[in-house]
Design a protein around this ligand. Structure first.
Ligand code: HEM
Ligand code: CU
Length: 611
C-alpha cells in the first residue's frame, strides 16, 4: 500500500521513497508480487496475457465456423476428437454453430478488445505517462483484474456444458435469450453468460473509475491536460464511456435474468413456442435492443478509442514529427465520445421504429463521419513528409489507419436508414464492423504491444518476425473481409448455419471457400506473433532505456522499473509530448521532462516562459 500513499503526493519530489519501493518489491512473496499484485505494470501484463489467450480461443472458434461456411458439404471427422458430440459424423451441429458465433463475438468484443486492450494499456501507460507512482487505488485495480478473471472462468466453463454455451448472438436479443426452452444454448449457457457478464461489468467499472481518478488527480508537476500524450486522452475518454454505458447493460441483463427466472415479462409478449402460447404479455423485445445498444454503440468506441491513442503516439514517434492537430485530435475524440451516446438506434432501423425517429438517428450517425475524418486526415498529415521509421509497431499503426478508413466508409453507407433495409443482418455489416472494429482495434493492440514491449519486459521483440506477422495479417484481414462486402450486398445473411438450401447463394460457394481459407491462414499467422512474444520475453535482445527515441515519461524510468516506477523523484514536465525534429534542436527529439532553459536554440517564440 505504501506506493499508493506516496502516489497521492506525487507532485512533491520525495527522494527517500526509493528505498521503500525497492524494499517493498523484493520482499514480497511471489503470490503478492505476480498474482495478487497491486503494481499497475504487473496487472497490465496479467490483462495482456489473459487477452492473448482469449484471442486465440476466439480465433479458434471462428476458424471452426468458417470451416462450416467454406465447405458446407464436407464432413470433418478429424474434429471429432476435439468437439465430440457437437460434430457427430463430422457434421457440425446446427445449434453449436450458433454457440460458436455467439462465443466468438462475446470473447472478442469484451474479453479481448475491451479487457485485453484497455486493461493492458490503460493500466500500463497511465501512471507511467502521466508521472505517477501507481494507480489511485492499487487495490481496486487488482480487484478489477480478478473480477475479469472470475468472469473468464465462468464463460470458459460454459463452453463445456452438456447443452452448450450461450447461443443468441453476442447481442443476446430476447426472446431467444429469454426463453430457456427455445434452444439448448438458451438454458444454462445463457445463465452463465449473464453471470459472467455481470462480473465483467464490475471489473470494467472498477478499472474505469480508477483510470479516470488517476488521470485527474495524479499527474506530475507541469503535466496539464493539454500536455498529456494522446494515449492518455484516449484512455480517459474510453473509461468515461465505460462508466456511463456499462451500467445500462447491467440493468438490461438484470431484467433479462428476471424474465428468465422469475416469471416477469419485461421483454416478452405474445410468444408461441412449438405451437404453445406462453402467458407473458406486455413486454417488448425492442426495449432490450434499446438498452443493449445504448451500451453497444459506445462499446464499439470503447474498443477503438485506445487504438486512436496508441496509433497517434506510435505514428508521431516513428514519423519523427509532431502529431498534426493535437487539439483537433482531442476535440475529435471528445466529439466522437459524445456522439456515440446518441446514435445507438442505427442498429435498429429495421426493428419497426418510426421512420422519423430513424431519420434523426441517421442524421446523428452520419455526423460521426466528421470527427472520424478529422482524425484520419491528421494521421495522414503527420505521416506526410515524415522521416518514417518502419518498425513493426509503425506498420501496424499505418495498417490501423487503412482499416479504419476502409471500415468507416461502409459505416456511412449503413448509416443511411434506407440503404440499411437491404444491408441489415447481411455479411455487409459483418464486413463493416470486422474491418473498423475487429481488425483495426487488433492492429492498435499489436502496435501497442510491439511498441511498449521493451518497457514491459526490458527486451526487444524480433523485427523480422514482426514484419512477417504484419504482412500476413494485413493481407489476411483484407482478403477475408473485402469479399464479404460483395456477398453481403447480394443479400447473403449472417448467422446462417447453412446456405446450401438457397439456390441463389450457390454462386458464392467459391468466394466462401476463399474467405474461409484466408481466415484460417490469418489465424495461423498469429502463432508467429505468439512465438515472438514468448520467445522475446526470455531471449529477446536487451532493450536500452529509450529504444524508439520517444518523448514520453515512461522512457525516463529504469529499464526494469520497480513498484513506484521512478527510483528517485518523479520527473516534472515542461513541454508537450510531440517535440520531434524541432528546428535548432541538437537531437530530433526533446523529451517532456527537458526544461526549455536547456534547449534555448530550438525554443519557439510561443514558448517564452523559460525557467
Ligand atoms: C463513420 C463511422 C460509423 C458509422 C456511420 C457506422 C454505422 C453503422 C451502422 C448503421 C451499423 C448497423 C448496421 C446494421 O446492423 O444493419 C453499424 C454496425 C456496426 N458497427 Fe459501425 N459505424 C461506424 C463506425 C464504427 C466503428 C468505429 C466501430 C467500432 C470500432 C463500429 C462497429 C460496429 C459494429 C460492431 C456493428 C455491428 C454490430 C452487430 O450487429 O453485431 N462501427 N455501424
Ligand atoms: Cu453503432
Amino acid at each position: 500500500m505504501a506506493s499508493t500513499d506516496i502516489s497521492l503526493h506525487n507532485n512533491v519530489p520525495i527522494a527517500h521513497d526509493e528505498h521503500d519501493h525497492e524494499h517493498d518489491h523484493h520482499d514480497q512473496p511471489f503470490i503478492f508480487k505476480y498474482i495478487f499484485s497491486q503494481d499497475h505494470k504487473v496487472i497490465a501484463k496479467q490483462f495482456l496475457i489473459s487477452g492473448i489467450i482469449w484471442a486465440f480461443i476466439g480465433g479458434a472458434l471462428s476458424s471452426l465456423f468458417r470451416l462450416q461456411l467454406g465447405w458446407p458439404n464436407e464432413t470433418m471427422p478429424f474434429l471429432e476428437p476435439i468437439l465430440g458430440k457437437w460434430i457427430e459424423g463430422g457434421k457440425l451441429n446446427q445449434e453449436f454453430y450458433l454457440a460458436l458465433v455467439t462465443m466468438h463475438g462475446t470473447i472478442m468484443v469484451f474479453f479481448v478488445l475491451t479487457a485485453g486492450l484497455s486493461g493492458t494499456f490503460s493500466n500500463f501507460l497511465i501512471p507511467l505517462q502521466i508521472g505517477a507512482r501507481d494507480m489511485a487505488s492499487g487495490f481496486l485495480n487488482m480487484l478489477s483484474y480478478w473480477f475479469f478473471f472470475l468472469s473468464s472462468v465462468i464463460m470458459f466453463t460454459s463452453l463445456f456444458l452438456e447443452t452448450g454455451p450461450a447461443s443468441a448472438g453476442w447481442t443476446i436479443y430476447p426472446p431467444l435469450s429469454a426463453l430457456p426452452q427455445a434452444i439448448p444454448g438458451s438454458g444454462t449457457g445463457m445463465t452463465m453468460w449473464l453471470v459472467a457478464m455481470v462480473f465483467f461489468i464490475v471489473s470494467s467499472l472498477l478499472g474505469s473509475i480508477n483510470y479516470i481518478s488517476t488521470i485527474i488527480n495524479l499527474r506530475t508537476a507541469g503535466m496539464s491536460m493539454t500536455k498529456l500524450p494522446l494515449t492518455i486522452w484516449a484512455f480517459f475518454l474510453t473509461a468515461v464511456l465505460g462508466v456511463l454505458s456499462f451500467p445500462v447493460l447491467f440493468s438490461a441483463a438484470l431484467l433479462l435474468v428476471f424474465d428468465r427466472s422469475f416469471g416477469t415479462s419485461f421483454y416478452l409478449s405474445d410468444i408461441y413456442v412449438a405451437g404453445q402460447a406462453l402467458s407473458n404479455t406486455g413486454g417488448s423485445p425492442i426495449l432490450f435492443q434499446h438498452l443493449f445498444w445504448f451500451l453497444g454503440h459506445p462499446e464499439v468506441y470503447i474498443v477503438i478509442l485506445p487504438g486512436f491513442g496508441i496509433v497517434s503516439e506510435v505514428i508521431a514517434t516513428n514519423a519523427r514529427k509532431p502529431i498534426f492537430g493535437y487539439r483537433a485530435m482531442i476535440g475529435s475524440m471528445l466529439g466522437i465520445s459524445i456522439l456515440s451516446f446518441v446514435v445507438w438506434a442505427h442498429h435498429m432501423f429495421v426493428s419497426g421504429m418510426n421512420p422519423f425517429l430513424g431519420s434523426v438517428f441517421m442524421f446523428l450517425t452520419l455526423i460521426i463521419a466528421v470527427p472520424s475524418a478529422v482524425k484520419v486526415f491528421n494521421w495522414l498529415a503527420t505521416l506526410w513528409r515524415g522521416n518514417i521509421i518502419f518498425t513493426p509497431a509503425m506498420l501496424f499503426s499505418i495498417g490501423f489507419v487503412s482499416l479504419f478508413i476502409s471500415g468507416g466508409l461502409t459505416g456511412i453507407i449503413l448509416g443511411n436508414s434506407a440503404l440499411d433495409i437491404q444491408l441489415h443482418n447481411t455479411y455487409f455489416v459483418v464486413a463493416h464492423f470486422h474491418l473498423v472494429m475487429g481488425s483495426s482495434a487488433f492492429f492498435g493492440m499489436f502496435a501497442g504491444v510491439y511498441h511498449w514491449f521493451p518497457k514491459m519486459f526490458g527486451r526487444m521483440m524480433d523485427e523480422k518476425l514482426g514484419y512477417i506477422h504484419f504482412w500476413l495479417t494485413f493481407l489476411g484481414v483484407y482478403l477475408v473481409f473485402l469479399p464479404m462486402h460483395y456477398v453481403g450486398i447480394a443479400g447473403f445473411p449472417r448467422r446462417y448455419y447453412s446456405w446450401t438450401a438457397f439456390e441463389t447463394f450457390s454462386q458464392f460457394a467459391d468466394l466462401n471457400m476463399f474467405i474461409s481459407a484466408a481466415a484460417i491462414i490469418a489465424w495461423f499467422a498469429q502463432f508467429i506473433f505468439l512465438f515472438n512474444f514468448v520467445y522475446s520475453i526470455f531471449r529477446g535482445r536487451r532493450a536500452d532505456a529509450n529504444p524508439w527515441r520517444s518523448n514520453t515519461l515512461e522512457w525516463t524510468t529504469p529499464i526494469h522499473p520497480g513498484h513506484g516506477n521512478w527510483p528517485g523523484a518523479i520527473p516534472a514536465v515542461y513541454r508537450w509530448p510531440y517535440d520531434y525534429s524541432k528546428p535548432g534542436a541538437e537531437e530530433d527529439y526533446i523529451p517532456q521532462n527537458i526544461p526549455h532553459s536547456e534547449t534555448k536554440s530550438s525554443n519557439l517564440s510561443s514558448e517564452k516562459e523559460l525557467e
